[in-house]
Design a protein around this ligand. Sequence first.
Ligand code: XMP
Length: 511
Amino acid sequence: MQHDKVLILDFGSQYTQLIARRVRELNIYCEIHPYNKIPTIIEKYKAVVLSGSPQSVRGDDALHPDLSSIRAKKPLLAVCYGAQYLAHFSGGNVAPSNTREYGRANLSFVDDNDPFFKGISIGSQVWMSHSDTIKTLPTNGVLLASTHDVEHAAYKIEGETTYAIQFHPEVYHSTDGKQLLQNFLVDIAGLEQDWTPDSFVDETVADLKAKLQKDKVVLGLSGGVDSTVAAILLNKAIGDNLYCIFVNNGLLRKNEFSSVLKQYEGMGLNVKGVDASARFLDALAGVDDPELKRKAIGRVFIEVFDDEAHLIKDVKWLAQGTIYPDVIESVSATGGPSATIKSHHNVGGLPDFMKLNVVEPLKALFKDEVRRVGASIGIDAQLLGRHPFPGPGLAIRILGDITAEKVRILQDVDAIFINGLREWGLYDKVWQAGAMLLPVNSVGVMGDERTYEKCVALRAVESTDGMTADWVNLPYEFLQKTSNDIINKVKGVNRVVYDISSKPPATIEWE
Ligand code: XMP
């Protein structure tokens, strides 16, 4: 089934992905493309959105899209830079603003007879972020909305289905932003709202069946949401021709390898658990630099995976849980498209599994959509709601060099902390949590004995994407009980501290 699609042209705004997410929340499919790489088959798209940009339309480095296949031919919504672009280069004028135009503003005039502003009235809060302002509207421009400081906050072009807005409908602070996008996409441009998790599952499974037929596919499971959802979709399409490999690098949480493996088997996946803990620990012996740890773990993972993939006869495909943010081609600050796709110059030197054809069933989805798809195919809510866990695992939470004994200590501490969060109903309020084993011994007293043992730091953060984060104000009673449990139950630890640093300037992991 072909869905109606929206084309979002990116001019480098920090909010471009948010536009796409808001459109998807309306159950409408959309794609982001750089402003200077407009798809040649434009008929595929039923409407186009121009994003904002850090550039100014008045500057020498203003970004000039070639809109000849779009303008006056398709419904067009221009946001911020897009709105200024249409004004400045089509008979209007853009100039520096006299007052700062950042943050919240309220509409002081709205033409609510126009379908674009249906259900939105004077006073509606909108989010501004621009230093230029539209002084005069372009040829055939008709004013649709103003705020106290911005007269030309929204306009349309008579004779075209072209709308332009100075504010950002995609940010949550524009309280009617989603309504506005819906008015434009559904009422004005006539798109169907039929992009749903269920439709995605049906179509993806059908596509995978057609593409893979009787071929064998290998996939590395990590225990995380993306690889699990990818595996279940592939399993629905090709059953046991999907060979999953779940590697224990010895740096997982306590009992995680066996419990996740059991869970995977319960889902009907053809999965092989490979315990390579010793191989990883050997490679890490004496390594204390965080980046070298990451490199060693990455190298051993590839070796182990390659060995295992070789055991599967005639495997043709490598499946990956890549998601949409990983594949969007970004526009750099100077406006030039920056290639993010790696070129494999040295193909001969790659491990064999990397020479396989690649299949990526989730590459059109954002993270929250992967979760929605996961829920619709019946993946356990507990698995879908799991905190993120870094690929190098506990290696980057043991500061300094790694030994089996240190891993044991940290696994025990981490298990007390995480189980405690669950028992106290705090787990889902935290975005990510874990414990760090510090390379310090400190003096303590237990019974009448002097101790000289390890210190652990607990970390729990709130975040939406891991880019910024703040520490969570966990109840004192919880911290008190957890600290007591750790010191009493984990041999080798006599001190517990709680990390109260935000990111930035700190990071979430300590290494
Ligand atoms: P930081 O420490 O940079 O972490 O604030 C942000 C998010 O990324 C995770 N993280 C990693 N994930 N490999 C991964 O797969 C890594 O090397 C790695 N380093 C950090 C971290 O757990 C947090 O969710």
